[in-house]
Design a protein around this ligand. Structure first.
Ligand SMILES: Cc1cc2nc3c(=O)[nH]c(=O)nc-3n(C[C@H](O)[C@H](O)[C@H](O)COP(=O)(O)OP(=O)(O)OC[C@H]3O[C@@H](n4cnc5c(N)ncnc54)[C@H](O)[C@@H]3O)c2cc1C
Length: 366
C-alpha cells in the first residue's frame, strides 16, 4: 500500500504483540499492508499474564495450529473438585485443551510476525498518540492510517483515544513449578472454593515443562484482597496430585476482563481488540481464542477497507465482538449466588455435571 499518494508511515500500528495483536498484524500483513507492532516487553516470553491454555477450536482453526508440538501438551479431561475435594471427571468425546510452554509460544508468535514482514518493535512501549488528518500519529512509531489497541486489560490506547475501558475484572494469580509432574497429568484439575477463589475457580495443570497452579477471584478495586494462593495449594495440592514441598519458580498474575465487550470499542480509525476490548468469556475467563479471532477479523477488515473499499473496519470490529450474553448472565448469578454446599452436595448429579460440561466444552461464544 506504500506509494506517493500514501503519506503515512504505516497502514496500521498495533500496540501489543500477544494473541490479539499478533493475529491482527498477521492478517493485515498477509494482505499486503504495512504493519508495525509496538511491544513494551524486551522478551515477549517474559512477565506472562496467562496460563496459556488453548482450546481445541483455536488449536485447530487458527494459525495457532502451527505452534510446534513440542510447545504443547494435550489435555482431554477436566477433573472438577467440590470444596470438600469430592471430584468428578468431565470429558466430551474428541474435545481437548492444549497446555503450553507459554514463553516459547510467545517467542514463536514474535517469529511469525517477523516472518510475515511485520515491523515488530520490542522494548517499545506505546505512550501516546494524536489524531491527524486521516489517521493517527503514534509517538515512537510515526503516522498510521489505523491504530489498534491490543494492549491488554488496562489499555493505554483506549485511554489515549477516548475509547471504552474495561471496568470489571477477575484477578488471576498462578505459580509455575518447572520440572514438576502431576500424579494425573492428563487432566485439568479445577477447584471450586468460595474461600480461596470467590467468583471463579482454582486450577492445577501439567504443561510441557512443568506444572502451573493458580486461582482467580473477583477483583474489587476498592477492597482489593491478596489471593491466598499458598493456603489454596496447601488445601488442594495433594488432591490435585501436586508433589509436596515444591518451590514455585515464576509467578504469573493479571487482571481478566469479565463483563463482556466494552462499549465504544472502535471509532475514528482507532480500534480495540482482545482483552483491551473486554473480549474474554465471563464464565471460563478464557480469552486466547476470542482475542485471536477478533484480532484476526480486525486485521482483515482494515485490509479489506484500505485495499478494496470494503465496510469500515470500526463497524466490522464491533460486529465481530462476541456479546457473551448468556455467559454474562451466568457470571452475574455466580457472583451473587456462589455457595459451596451445592457443589459438595450435587457434584455427581446429572444437572450439575451437564452444566459443568457446557461451561468447559461447549457454546464458547454465546
Ligand atoms: C492468570 C491468568 C490466566 C489466564 N489463563 C488463560 C488460559 O489458560 N486460557 C485462555 O484462553 N485465557 C486465559 N487468560 C486470559 C488470556 O490470557 C487473555 O484473554 C489473552 O492473553 C488476551 O490476549 P491479548 O492479546 O488481548 O492481551 P494480552 O495477552 O494481555 O497482551 C497484551 C500485550 O500488550 C503489551 N502491552 C501492554 N501495554 C503496552 C504498551 N503501553 N505498549 C506496548 N505494549 C504494551 C503487553 O506487554 C502484552 O504483550 C488468563 C488470564 C490471566 C490473567
Amino acid at each position: 500500500m506504500g506509494n506517493s499518494t500514501n503519506p503515512f508511515d504505516f497502514d496500521v500500528v498495533i500496540v501489543g504483540a500477544s494473541f490479539a495483536g499478533a493475529a491482527c498484524a498477521i492478517a493485515a500483513a498477509q494482505r499486503g499492508l504495512r504493519v508495525c507492532v509496538l511491544e513494551r516487553k524486551q522478551d515477549p516470553g517474559d512477565k506472562l499474564r496467562t496460563t496459556g491454555i488453548i482450546v481445541k477450536e483455536a488449536a485447530e482453526q487458527t494459525l495457532l495450529n502451527q505452534v510446534p508440538a513440542s510447545m504443547t501438551r494435550r489435555i482431554e479431561e477436566v477433573r472438577l473438585y467440590a470444596p470438600s475435594l469430592k471430584q468428578v471427571a468431565l470429558a466430551a468425546p474428541g474435545y481437548y485443551f492444549l497446555t503450553t510452554d507459554t514463553p516459547a509460544v510467545m517467542r514463536w508468535l514474535a517469529g511469525q510476525l517477523r516472518a510475515h514482514g511485520v515491523d515488530l518493535r520490542l522494548d517499545a512501549p506505546f505512550t501516546t498518540c494524536e489524531r491527524i488528518d486521516g489517521g493517527w500519529k503514534v509517538h515512537g512509531a510515526g503516522s498510521t492510517r489505523y491504530l489498534v489497541g491490543a494492549d491488554g486489560a488496562r489499555s493505554r490506547v483506549a485511554r489515549r483515544c477516548g475509547l471504552g475501558e474495561v471496568r470489571q475484572f477477575l484477578y488471576g494469580i498462578e505459580y509455575e513449578f518447572p520440572g514438576a509432574t502431576l500424579a494425573e497429568p492428563g487432566a485439568l484439575h479445577c477447584f471450586v472454593s468460595k474461600r480461596y477463589a470467590p467468583g471463579y475457580i482454582g486450577w492445577i495443570a501439567q504443561n510441557p515443562t512443568g506444572v502451573q497452579a493458580g486461582l482467580a477471584l473477583r477483583h474489587d478495586p476498592l477492597n482489593a484482597r491478596v489471593p491466598d494462593i499458598d493456603g489454596f495449594l496447601l488445601r488442594v495440592g495433594v488432591a490435585g496430585g501436586l508433589p509436596r514441598h515444591l518451590k514455585p519458580g515464576h509467578t504469573r498474575a493479571g487482571l481478566i476482563p469479565c463483563s463482556g465487550p466494552v462499549l465504544d470499542m472502535a471509532r475514528d480509525r482507532a480500534i480495540l481488540t482482545g482483552d483491551a476490548a473486554g473480549i474474554v468469556s465471563p464464565v471460563t475467563a478464557g480469552g486466547i481464542h476470542s482475542a485471536w479471532e477478533h484480532g484476526w477479523a480486525t486485521g482483515r477488515a482494515i485490509a479489506a477497507h484500505l485495499r478494496d473499499g470494503a465496510a469500515e473496519p470500526e463497524r466490522v470490529a464491533i460486529d465481530a465482538a462476541p456479546r457473551f450474553r448468556a455467559k454474562r448472565a451466568l457470571r452475574w448469578a455466580y457472583d451473587k449466588l456462589q455457595f459451596d454446599w451445592p457443589f459438595d452436595l450435587l457434584l455427581h448429579s446429572p444437572p450439575l455435571r451437564w452444566a459443568a460440561e457446557q461451561v468447559y466444552f461447549h457454546k464458547r461464544r454465546c
